[in-house]
Design a protein around this ligand. Structure first.
Ligand SMILES: [Zn+2]
Length: 894
């Protein structure tokens, strides 16, 4: 029965296609071709091919030329260059509306900001703004550069907006400000276009891009929305969170090839709470209109409320709901970049989250039947979704504007009435400079922050020094405040368990708590703070103070930025020593006997670190800090974003490093060039090349069926590389492994350590993207400057260790340990007993060198500032550094 029904459907579909082909080359029966202004150059004419045509990709430089041409040809578009991308390409924002609206754009923008934060504005004024205002809709394209549909769709969408003269197009121009970011990742757009053009017509055509498609972070660029480390994220944060606060935002992506053709809003369960209910209703509303328009135009395979859960990472489309913006994504099925992909019907499958079978359902009434799938199909579906978003906002302009006001007003009231009324970030912090960075990152989100001019005391008796920060929940963005600063527990319920009761992996992290990641204390308080508070108007800036003592200077080893200062001093040839144990110092404090005073003043100003007076030379244990040569293993197979983030983090703190690839690694003799080698988190199989990584690419084939890249872009260092790394360690090198990469020295070097989580099922142990309590041995140089008790960020592939008894267990030094109970701080943890009292990080001496296994993610996405020092110490402290426990010659300091 089922099979017959499906055959019938397919026949009916093919008939429909024949009818469409006969009557309408554009594939649209329901409306006549739109009338157009002739004076605007079409993309077809400009690029010489139809957008999305087989094996054709418009490159970013040409796209920029096209948008600039449109700006010369049409009074309905302004092209704004937001500034250079990470690699120096222009990052564009195209503002499209009627010439009248563009003439008074600044007034429209300022009025919209009043809806987004209506505190202190009279209701009559609000009603006037709603009556006269314009709905602002931001859409961004192809942030994941291999998901090229968006960057190829945008020229047609913008051309349609500028050239169509029909009533619907006119209404959109009159009623909305359509802001397009035609490429969210121009650097990646260029990388992928050049890659594709190089492989097209060869046996490698359509192979996944082999490296990270953003200088540092590749696919992780969407995980950067709340920390805004990258230039592109900073531009988008400015557009979305501060300058415009649009009524709606759509980010256009691609997904895998064998499911629905396009996934549309709303999100599936579970949703992250604390957004205004109207927000979730709006997502359903926009999504229904997009999906309706797809079906109206006979574009099959659109699904709503599936595949992507409402509780995701705090990427742009997932954090915007907490800014009261209807934040959405579209996800189109991928072809093989611009090459068509043939998909037989039996390869089309359902998947998790509301599409259990590949068959008709309410939210998926017209399944695509299979066949050739092309970039053009993606362009068409995306364009319909993008246009439908504008159409809905235009037809419901006043409702959409009123919604923004209602959401902002009600969230503010909700925050004022909540149990937690504010978070206080005390001026007294373990690392106050890092706390300052957190405050600045909250300002990037457009969060309102107040600073106390004088000390204050709460009714609970808790007291805070002058300079402390108060972040009230009684503000429109209370949802952002809550998720950045508040303890977070991922739901564990029937939405997050499969039918066998096994946990379903969250889309990304189970928590994104900025304050925990950064090691900054922020206290939830249950009362409105009464103190002399001043609203922060600009980012914090702090110049360090310099005061020379008779024996030079001392730097606080607990400050992350002290490491920047030390690296800058070492660059200038200034000698730096480090305190092991001496009265009046914390182990790890830095000592500078002398140095050029102008350079020291410059470094203090640049880093914010105080150079405090050292009255007398320290006679107790100290050791010299030497410049060390670091290499970071870099691979193909789509690149490893953990590697890119590591490079970015080290650059921020002026640690020099060299990328190390297979050929150099396999050649050996690594000690001649390097003192430390980092293996970013990866599986053994990927590191050695026994099994390639899935990669960040979007293309049809999976596993063995995927098109391989040319041989020079394949990776894996094999047994030769393992042997070279082992020789490096035995001859005095330091090998530092992050997360999953710890398996390599454990399994291939045979060090006396076991990963206690290896082989555990998800029901036995489960900890996807969470923060955990850990204790640090701050007398060990590898944990110098850490708090005795802190938080670490644990990912699904992270490790925890137990040691195996040998005759030389003195070679093992535990750096960090999980407590015996109450391990979870935020996120999701099942089987906590597996972690109890286990090592979170340790060092094992092998020959003259050592392996430092950091089982958690100490530098995760350049977000976990709270544990950066564990990485910094591993690079700065050579194997000769040793805790007091070591009594052999090996342990003595030079
Ligand atoms: Zn994507």
């Amino acid at each position: 029965m089922r099979r017959m029904a499906s055959t019938f459907r397919r026949t009916r579909f093919i008939l429909a296609l024949v009818v469409l082909a006969a009557f309408s080359p554009a594939g649209v029966l329901t409306q006549a071709p739109a009338p157009r202004a002739a004076s605007i150059t079409s993309p077809d004419k400009f690029f010489g091919f139809q957008m999305g045509a087989d094996r054709k990709m418009a490159r970013w430089d040409k796209l920029v030329d096209y948008y600039n041409l449109l700006a010369r040809e049409s009074p309905k578009i302004k092209v704004v260059n937001m500034g250079p991308t990470t690699m120096g390409n222009p990052f564009l924002m195209c503002v499209i509306s009627s010439p009248d609206n563009l003439a008074k754009l600044e007034q429209i923008r300022l009025n919209n900001l009043k809806l987004a934060d209506p505190r202190g504005i009279a209701e009559a004024d609000i009603r006037k703004i709603v009556a006269e205002g314009k709905a602002i809709v931001v859409q961004s394209m192809s942030m994941h550069a291999t998901e090229i549909g968006g960057s190829q769709m945008a020229p047609e969408l913008i051309f349609d907006l500028l050239s169509r003269t029909d009533e619907e197009a006119q209404r959109i121009l009159d009623a909305t400000i359509a802001i397009m970011v035609p490429s969210f990742n121009p650097d990646g757009q260029i990388m992928v276009t050049d890659w594709y053009n190089k492989t097209v017509g060869t046996q490698y055509e359509g192979a996944s891009y082999p490296s990270l498609y953003q200088k540092y972070v590749g696919h992780d660029n969407n995980r950067d929305a709340f920390m805004t480390n990258m230039a592109e994220a900073q531009y988008m944060a400015r557009i979305l969170f501060r300058d415009w606060i649009p009524e709606a935002y759509v980010d256009h992506h691609h997904m895998g090839s064998f499911n629905a053709r396009i996934s549309l809003p709303p999100y599936a369960e579970p949703v992250r709470p604390s957004a205004d209910p109207l927000l979730w209703r709006e997502l359903s509303w926009y999504g229904a209109h997009m999906a309706y328009k797809e079906s109206e135009q006979a574009l099959t395979g659109a699904i709503t409320m599936a595949i992507y859960s409402g509780w995701g990472h705090m990427g742009f489309h997932w954090i915007t709901p907490f800014h009261n913006i209807a934040g959405m994504l579209t996800e189109s099925a991928s072809a093989r970049l611009a090459s068509p992909l043939y998909i037989p019907p039996d390869q089309l499958k359902g998947g998790p989250r509301n599409l259990p079978e590949y068959a008709e359902q309410t939210t998926f009434p017209d399944p695509w039947p299979g066949g050739w799938w092309r970039l053009r199909d993606i362009v068409e579906r995306q364009k319909v979704a993008a246009w439908a978003t504008l159409d809905l906002a235009a037809r419901n302009r006043e409702t959409v504007l009123m919604n923004m006001y209602l959401k902002a007003k009600r969230q503010t009231e909700r925050g004022a009435a909540a149990e937690t009324k504010a978070y206080v970030v005390s001026a007294s912090q373990f690392d106050p400079l890092t706390a300052g960075k957190m405050i600045n990152k909250l300002l990037v989100q457009g969060i309102e922050i107040q600073q106390a001019k004088t000390p204050f005391v709460l009714t609970t008796g808790a007291s805070y020094p002058a300079g402390s920060f108060v972040i009230s929940m009684a503000q429109p963005k209370m949802g952002v405040v809550r998720w950045m600063l508040g303890e977070t527990f991922y739901p564990d319920n029937s939405y997050t368990r499969d039918k066998d009761n096994a946990p379903i992996r969250p889309y990304d992290m189970a928590t994104d708590t900025m304050t925990e990641f950064m090691g900054v204390r922020s206290d939830p308080i249950g009362e409105a703070v009464k103190a002399d508070l001043v609203k922060l108007a600009a980012p914090l800036e702090r110049a360090g103070m310099v005061s020379k003592g008779a024996a030079g200077y001392t730097l606080d080893g607990r400050l992350n930025d002290s490491f920047t200062a030390v690296n800058l001093l070492l660059e200038k040839g200034v000698a730096v020593r480090r305190v092991d144990h001496a009265s009046g110092f914390v182990p790890g404090d830095f000592l500078v006997a002398a140095g050029p005073e102008s350079a020291i003043a410059g470094i203090a100003k640049q880093t914010g670190v105080d150079f405090k007076p050292l009255a007398a030379a320290v006679s107790q244990a100290t050791h010299e800090v030497k410049p060390r040569r670091t290499a970071i293993y870099q691979r193909y197979n789509g690149g490893n974003s953990d590697e890119g983030w590591t490079e970015f983090t080290l650059e921020q703190f002026h640690f020099p490093f060299t990328p190390l690839m297979d050929a150099e690694l396999k050649a050996g003799n690594l000690n001649a060039k390097y003192d430390a080698i980092i293996l970013p988190s990866d599986s053994i199989a990927t590191l050695t090349g026994e099994r390639p990584a899935a990669g960040g690419g979007r293309g049809g084939g999976e596993g063995a069926g995927a098109t391989l890249p040319p041989p020079e872009y394949r990776s894996g260092f094999g047994t030769e590389g393992v042997n070279a790394l082992r020789a490096f360690v035995e001859q005095g090198g330091t090998l530092v492994t992050f997360g999953g990469a710890g398996a390599l020295p454990i399994e291939r070097f045979g060090i006396p350590v076991r990963n206690v989580l290896a082989g555990k099922t998800s029901k036995e142990f489960w900890c996807p993207g969470s923060t955990l309590h850990a204790r640090f041995d701050i007398t060990n140089p590898l944990a110098y400057g850490m708090p005795p008790q802190g938080l670490v960020t644990f990912l699904a592939d992270s490790q925890a260790y137990e040691t195996i008894p040998t005759d030389h267990s003195e070679r093992i030094e535990t750096i960090a340990t999980y407590p015996d109970r109450e391990i979870l701080r935020s996120g999701w943890l099942l089987g906590a007993e597996n972690l109890a009292k286990r090592a979170a990080a340790l060092s094992v001496r092998v020959g003259k060198g050592r392996v430092v296994l950091i089982g958690f993610r100490a530098q995760h996405r350049a977000q976990t500032h709270g544990t950066y020092k564990v990485v910094f110490n591993a690079l700065l402290e050579g194997p000769e550094a040793s805790p007091a426990r070591a009594t052999t010659d090996q342990g003595k300091r030079p």
